[in-house]
Write a protein that binds this ligand. Sequence first.
Ligand SMILES: [Zn+2]
Length: 298
Amino acid sequence: MLTKLFLTFSLFGLTPLWANLRVVTTTEDLRSITQILGGEWVDVTSIAKGTQDPHFIEAKPSYLVAVSRADLLIAIGLELESGWLPLLIRGARQPKLMPGETGCLTVSEAITPLEIRSQADRSQGDVHPLGNPHFMADPERVFLVAELISKRLSQLDPSHTQIFSKNLTAFKKQLQEKITLWKKKLGPYKGTKVIGYHMTFNYLFKYFGFDVVGFLEPKPGIQPTAQHILSLVDTAKVQKVKLIVVESFFDPKPGQTLAERTKSKQVLIPAYVGGDEYSKTYFDWMNTVVNELEKNLK
Ligand SMILES: [Zn+2]
């Protein structure tokens, strides 16, 4: 009977009621939050690992298999995954996962991005013309992302709506408590001048009142050059930059050179959930980021 029912569901492309939703996310941040919100009723895997730069992921056949079996594909959007996700979606050949369908969720829909570029900037090859896609480091925007994900889980699996809703409330409560703690830790350092590598932590810096005065990348997506580092030495000295904050998957040498020539210090921090051994969940990761910043500012 079960086999027969399963076949019937499979034939119509529906998920049987007793099976978990199979969710594939593009990043580990999304994986962690979806896991918290879906609990035991979802099986979630992430394509990019936290130790990888999500702009540059190779569209491997194993990812294609995972996507083709998914009930729901969750992406960041704002072109973060534009180099590889469209290939996987096309290759998976699942109508329900096509952009605009219920099986495809782009969480940037929930938020207003920072740093939307003008048409003129776009023509110069900026990697994030539609706005900065690194908003998962902004706890306030994560409330909105979590609400969107929870709503979509309920749409795809209405039988567990109450559970998803309860998990969302618990997640929001925990996030609010953590925000209070993080603000307490970084509050004394408001106005600290920092230099980043890529624009990965811009939302976080803005949220906690840090002032980003430059980037090791001469332009987003372009690797640091000796000439650019030289120009940053002046900036760092004039602006009295305290920290050079570098995503741990990038080459630490340019930041090291800059730190040695100025009175600043380089700190390497995981850019995503799973970026180091301590950052297994969204909360763990944000704790690590906040603690690393605090430790190096004390
Ligand atoms: Zn980026």
